[in-house]
Design a protein around this ligand. Structure first.
Ligand SMILES: C[S@@+](CC[C@H](N)C(=O)[O-])C[C@H]1O[C@@H](n2cnc3c(N)ncnc32)[C@H](O)[C@@H]1O
Length: 236
């Protein structure tokens, strides 16, 4: 990953809670966020005394490098959003200016927390599809706005490997949001991935969320992995 290709863009805890339907109890679990980037999810969960680790390739960069990219790119992103306003649902967020304020606030909180969080190994430079953690290291493993969304950039095999890796390090559940790609279409990989997971004996469920900002993106994929060591009868 090259710094000049990074466009930092991060959501906050309220958005994560809505898109993943996170309950208060969920926030007490040991959580891994895959591709949390410059979101304030880790910062805000830590403030609530939660146990959270985030991995992302942008964590190879320094605080100053990420801050500079935020400053360089936020006006470009704002312009693009203004041109593509019809792709989004302006309900809980009223307009582009409010959206930019929310995102910049989340990213400021991330920047403030970043160096300390790196020391505390809450922000770790790692990349899907391979994670360094042992089997069952976390209760809940999340992916927000990375898998499925970038179906054009990452192929089916990358998605399969990444999702199975997330299942390996989780002892309870994996949740992924959204299920749409950047063209607001259901990811072309979803059906095949559901089949693979079901053949492995995992319990998959597509669940409606109250969160819809990208038009039509109002579903999450939940994968329950608690029975992953049981023999499956679904042999080919
Ligand atoms: C659109 S941002 C989403 C950030 C955050 N999850 C959110 O919802 O606000 C996508 C993130 O995926 C990260 N990413 C890119 N390649 C990745 C990989 N191979 N493994 C994990 N994360 C990756 C990017 O660096 C970026 O931070």
């Amino acid at each position: 990953m090259k710094l000049e290709n990074v466009v930092p863009w991060g959501r906050n805890l309220e958005e994560y809670q809505k898109m993943f339907r996170l309950s208060k109890e969920d926030l007490q679990l040991k959580i891994l966020g895959c591709g949390d980037g410059p979101s304030s999810f880790n910062f805000e969960v830590t403030k609530l005394n939660g146990n959270i680790t985030s991995i992302d390739p942008i964590y190879q960069f320094t605080k100053d490098e990420i801050q500079i990219r935020i400053d360089e790119t936020s006006s470009v992103v704002s312009e693009q959003l203004k041109q593509n306003q019809n792709d989004f649902v302006w309900k809980s967020i009223k307009n582009v200016d409010e959206l930019i304020d929310i995102r910049l606030k989340a990213m400021n909180n991330f920047i403030m927390d970043y160096e300390n969080g790196k020391k505390e190994t809450r922000y770790i430079h790692q990349e899907l599809p391979k994670l360094s953690f042992g089997n069952d290291s976390f209760d809940l493993v999340l992916s927000s706005h990375f898998l499925f969304l970038y179906s054009e950039h990452f192929d089916l095999q990358f998605h399969i490997d990444s999702i199975l890796e997330m299942c390996r390090v989780s002892k309870k559940e994996v949740r992924i949001f959204p299920l749409l790609d950047l063209k607001n279409q259901k990811s072309e990989y979803l059906a095949q991935i559901l089949e693979i997971l079901e053949n492995k004996g995992f319990e998959t469920k597509i669940i409606k969320t109250d969160y819809e900002f990208q038009k039509g993106a109002n579903e999450l994929l939940s994968i329950k992995v608690h029975n992953k060591y049981e023999e499956t009868n679904n042999l080919p």
